[in-house]
Design a protein around this ligand. Structure first.
Ligand SMILES: Cc1cc2nc3c(=O)[nH]c(=O)nc-3n(C[C@H](O)[C@H](O)[C@H](O)COP(=O)(O)OP(=O)(O)OC[C@H]3O[C@@H](n4cnc5c(N)ncnc54)[C@H](O)[C@@H]3O)c2cc1C
Length: 824
């Protein structure tokens, strides 16, 4: 017994040190003293001496840096240098671009919640709010999405004009160049609101404000280029596009085959140095109407007109539309969301060197320029458009489900529908928090490479789920396209968001964890970087520091993951209030589990992990859900911990934690080295998988929140265009919602009277009169029922067409094929 007691005391002392991440010296003292005291008191001197010898054998060499470096780190450095895959230039560039924000804490296994909660609350300025309430509101009132998507396959000229005149294309351009110079949050809010009315309008506005000529010029343009282009881009005098993708360069954009050869050509009688460009680009947004084309190509200088180097690398240029030989104007047709999108071609097109973004000295730096700017654009455009879409789904589906009656009940009352409504509400809460957190990171000056990938992936994936649920709840009303359909086009367009700015499968499998692990890990990048230190002594010192930091970090995470696992995340530091404290603790546990698994996976699989995409995707999911859950907790704090939002927070939080658990479980279960998998299972899930998805009861509360007006629903539909204008069916439907709800008890009385069989008439209106006469309802109640029924008829109606109207050839006014003409 005394032996066990001594062993246990030493173990607990070691564990406590590892849990709290003390230094090695503190560990040695704490464990040594504990062993000594407990050993003597318990009367186990032999065990005590053995333990002290073991402890000393570990501590003494490790506390002698010179010895440690020579005997331990040096041989390990040799092995590490051999097994570490060399980073390609592309990967190196990707890693160096961007910053690490709170996601680094999540990867640390011991997040500092104070860091998150002390970040300033993201808010719009007065000017930005006025823009939302003014021009954005007005633009929304002008949008007829059916006209855009079906009749014109384009924005109508007044909408184009309004967008340009009000500087919607200049949100990221500084005021000194005539732009709006909005914060990322405002930029996001504008896109969200536009997306609630039309994915086509939102995409059109998003692109010039995302990665493209304006962003690139701001960072790398010469003064002359900035002064020329930025004021014109701000007011839409120039319409930009950026052409990177081609038939052979999609996800792997660096494999582009477009090239430019440095040469001289006489232009306007003057011999001019430039590049002769041959390119074949596709999928380029705004290209058909662009007046200036950003072009990525590989630049070669075979005649050494610029210097010694022949292959200069990826380079970016800005070509005016009038450039001779530039073939532009044809359109692609992306899934009935007809924003301008098309190919751009050219063969031996001459462009002077002055067209290179930043000038000739930036030749070859194109990939770095793109990657450095990419994270900012990706953090805003797609997440905001998706968030606008899901906010509108809350407004529309919540109101429609309450209003639409079947089997004598509002369909929102059926449990099956309730399940879909809960997903819509809960995932929208999560998506909105994610989108806001990522925009806030940009406003804090970060280049959030990992969060932008998380936001792009999850906002669009959840957009896909919610769009599907929205369609399901609307039934035939969602399926039948026409001016009255507000759901179908958004659902059709979902795969576009999934594909662009990093297709989702690749974003999940390759980027989130791949970049997150190296970027956010406190030691891996340092270890890798130590390899490139030229002086051996310095290299060894740097490696040794990183290595032993890493080992301590690994032990600590194992202890933390296990301790928090066996205690069911019930202990430890936490932030928040009495309601959310347990949530923070759960995140502490999964943060430690992620850090542990990431280390073990990287340590055991080394460079092979890069190709084990299914494993790295799952670890990326864990990081993502940690980030999203943190964003929700921050949002809850920023909004003053509103009690009304708790069901939404709880639903979304449990969903995230449950998904986190399943992702970790999947990764451990499929880990190829089975004994390591078994050990991880014991450490991470000592009592098995205990997290459960949100309960049905919680789902019911969420469904109730989104089907009735209230503060939680208002926050969920923030930045949604709900003004009940003639062009806004959802706005008018939401305006009717209070009356729909007020009519429900009356409806029940009326239905009871109907069921009693006392009515002799058949029509609804006639039966209402009979119900009043019979005293089942009052006259004013009958008037309410009639008003609601009449008003809601519009919302349950769908469109029908003359067969000829649906034929594209007839719409174009062109002769139709003979068979069709006969039929017509
Ligand atoms: C409507 C629209 C607008 C666009 N606008 C522009 C624009 O303005 N400018 C521009 O330059 N480009 C634009 N693009 C291009 C867009 O960025 C690319 O479509 C995207 O990068 C994917 O390339 P791809 O379509 O060729 O797919 P592919 O690269 O062929 O990928 C096909 C599938 O394979 C997956 N995949 C590829 N590699 C991996 C990997 N290593 N691991 C796991 N999965 C992988 C992808 O995730 C995807 O699911 C646009 C595309 C569309 C559809």
């Amino acid at each position: 017994m005394s032996v066990i007691l001594t062993l246990l005391a030493a173990l607990i002392a070691s564990g406590a040190c590892a849990y709290h991440r003390t230094g090695l010296r503190t560990w040695a003292i704490a464990t040594g003293v504990t062993t000594l005291v407990v050993g003597l008191l318990a009367g186990a001197p032999v065990t005590m001496v053995i333990l002290l010898i073991i402890e000393a054998a570990i501590a003494v060499p490790l506390l002698m840096p010179a010895f440690r470096r020579r005997q331990i780190s040096a041989p390990l450095l040799k092995i590490f240098a051999k097994v570490t895959p060399k980073l390609s230039d592309t990967e190196q560039t990707a890693l160096e671009a961007g910053t690490v924000g709170f996601e680094g804490e999540l990867f640390s296994g011991k997040p500092d919640w104070h860091q998150l909660l002390s970040q300033p609350k993201p808010e719009l300025s007065v000017e930005e709010q006025a823009f939302l309430d003014g021009p954005v509101e007005e633009l929304c009132s002008m949008i007829d999405d059916w006209q855009i998507t079906h009749e014109l396959a384009d924005l109508p000229p007044p909408v184009w004009e309004f967008i340009k005149k009000n500087k919607f294309f200049g949100m990221i351009i500084p005021k000194q160049y005539g732009g709006l110079q909005f914060s990322a949050l405002a930029h996001s809010a504008v896109l969200q609101k536009l997306a609630t009315m039309s994915a086509t309008v939102a995409s059109t506005v998003a692109v010039p404000n995302s990665l493209g000529p304006a962003e690139l010029l701001l960072h790398y343009g010469s003064e002359e280029q900035k002064n020329h282009y930025l004021p014109r881009l701000a007011v839409g005098e120039e319409i930009p596009c950026f052409a990177l993708t081609g038939p052979y360069a999609g996800s792997d954009a660096t494999s582009l085959t477009d090239y430019g050869i440095v040469c001289k050509q006489v232009v306007d009688g003057v011999e001019t140095l430039g590049v002769k460009l041959t390119f074949d680009k596709r999928y380029i947004t705004l290209a058909p109407v662009a007046t200036v084309v950003g072009l990525a190509f590989r630049m070669y200088d075979p005649e050494h007109l610029l210097g010694d180097k022949e292959d200069l690398g990826i380079t970016l240029a800005l070509l005016p539309r009038s450039t001779p030989g530039l073939e532009i104007g044809r359109r692609h047709f992306p899934l009935n969301i007809p924003f301008q999108n098309g190919p751009v071609h050219g063969k031996n097109v001459f462009a002077p060197l002055t067209t290179l973004i930043g000038g000739p000295h930036m030749a070859g730096h194109g990939w770095r320029m793109l990657v450095e700017c990419l994270s900012v654009g990706r953090a805003i455009s797609l997440p905001s458009n998706a968030t606008g879409g899901v906010r509108m789904a809350v407004a529309a589906t919540g109101a429609y489900a309450r209003m639409r009656k079947q089997f004598g009940l509002s369909i929102a009352r059926f449990e099956g529908v309730e399940e879909a409504l809960a997903r819509i509400g809960g995932l929208t809460y999560a998506t909105a928090a994610l989108s806001r957190a990522t925009a806030a990171a940009v406003d804090r000056g970060e280049k959030p490479a990992v969060p932008s990938a998380i936001a792009k992936y999850h906002a669009t994936e959840w957009g896909r789920i919610i769009a599907g649920d929205c369609m399901d709840v609307h039934g035939g009303k969602g399926v039948q396209l026409g001016p009255k359909n507000y759901a179908g086009r958004a659902w059709q367009g979902v795969p576009i968001a999934i594909t662009v700015e990093g297709a989702n499968i690749m974003t999940r499998s390759l980027m989130i964890f791949g970049q997150g692990a190296i970027r956010c890990h406190p030691y891996v990048l340092k270890e890798m970087q130590s390899l490139s230190i030229p002086d051996y002594g310095d290299r060894l010192k740097a490696f040794d520091r990183a290595l032993f930091g890493h080992i301590g970090f690994g032990f600590s995470n194992a202890v933390r993951a296990f301790t928090l696992g066996i205690t069911g995340s019930a202990i430890g530091d936490a932030a928040g209030d009495a309601y959310t404290r347990r949530y923070y603790r759960k995140l502490n546990r999964y943060s430690a589990a992620l850090a542990l698994c990431a280390d073990v996976f990287m340590g055991v699989l080394g460079g092979k992990l890069k190709f084990k995409e299914k494993l790295s995707a799952r670890l990326g999911d864990v990081l993502s859900y940690l980030y999203i859950a943190s964003a929700m907790l921050k949002r809850y704090e920023d909004t003053g911990r509103p009690e009304a939002d708790r069901p939404l927070l709880a639903w979304a939080f449990h969903e995230c934690v449950w998904r986190m658990q399943m992702a970790l479980d999947g990764a451990i279960r499929n880990f190829p080295v089975r004994p390591v998998g078994w050990l991880l299972r014991v450490l991470v899930f000592p009592f098995g998988r205990r997290e459960v998805p949100p309960s049905d009861r919680l789902g019911r509360r969420v469904a109730a929140l989104i089907t009735a007006p209230g503060e939680a629903r208002d926050r969920l539909t923030e930045w949604t265009y709900l003004t009940p204008t003639a062009n806004n069916t959802v706005g008018r439907m939401c305006a009717l919602l209070p009356e729909v709800i007020a009519a429900e008890p009356v409806e029940r009385k009326f239905q009871k009277a109907q069921k009693s069989g006392q009515f002799v008439s058949h029509g609804y209106d006639a039966q209402l009169l009979e119900a009043v006469k019979a005293g089942a309802i009052t006259e004013s109640e009958a008037a309410l029922l009639k008003r609601v029924r009449d008003a809601s008829f519009e919302f349950i109606s769908v469109d029908d067409f003359d067969p000829k109207e649906l034929r594209a050839a007839v719409v174009r006014g062109e002769p139709v094929a003979k068979g069709l003409a006969d039929a017509a």
